[in-house]
Design a protein around this ligand. Structure first.
Ligand code: 4NP
Length: 150
């Protein structure tokens, strides 16, 4: 199974989501592939935000080797599940979809852990204290995703 995590910049939330799910894949020996991308182009080639790197490290996960890339329409073919962080990501990704089969792959990541009401992962970019909360939301969601698919 191939999973793509998507946010706006691909430096704060989706790199954390990728690192957290990769850690669970490794621990459980699942053999799945996980990657991440941003809908925006500003951080192509950049390392994750140092605050995301730090919060991941505090939980024993190294995301420092990741580099930003932009979501591309061919990702609809390359991945089975495209998990977005918020409503804006959802709209931006769906706008690029040209087939129902592709649209069906896109879901809000918190739908797995908090199915009541469309809950979203807040953008922590302007909130230094938001990163641990984002980590916890994503850890819960990745745990629920793994449970659903194993
Ligand atoms: P992310 O956060 O979508 O979680 O990576 C952001 C990081 C940077 C920007 C926006 C969101 N930016 O506009 O540069």
């Amino acid at each position: 199974m191939r999973i793509l995590m998507v946010c706006l910049g691909n430096i704060c939330r989706s790199p954390l989501a990728e690192g957290i799910l990769q850690d669970k894949i490794d621990r459980l020996g699942l053999g799945w592939t996980v990657d991440s991308a941003g809908t925006g182009h500003w951080h192509v080639g950049d390392s994750p935000d140092r605050r995301s790197v730090a919060v991941a490290r505090s939980h024993g996960i190294d995301i420092s080797g990741q580099r930003g890339r932009q979501f591309q329409p061919r990702d609809f073919e390359r991945f089975d599940h495209i998990l977005v962080m918020d409503d804006q990501n959802h709209r931006d990704v769906l706008r690029l979809a040209q087939a129902d089969e592709h649209r069906a792959k896109v879901r809000l990541i918190l739908d797995y852990s908090r199915p009541e009401g469309r809950q979203v992962v807040p953008d922590p970019y302007y909130d230094d204290n938001g990163f641990e909360h984002v980590f916890q939301l994503l850890d819960e969601a990745c745990e629920a995703f793994v449970r659903r698919h194993t």
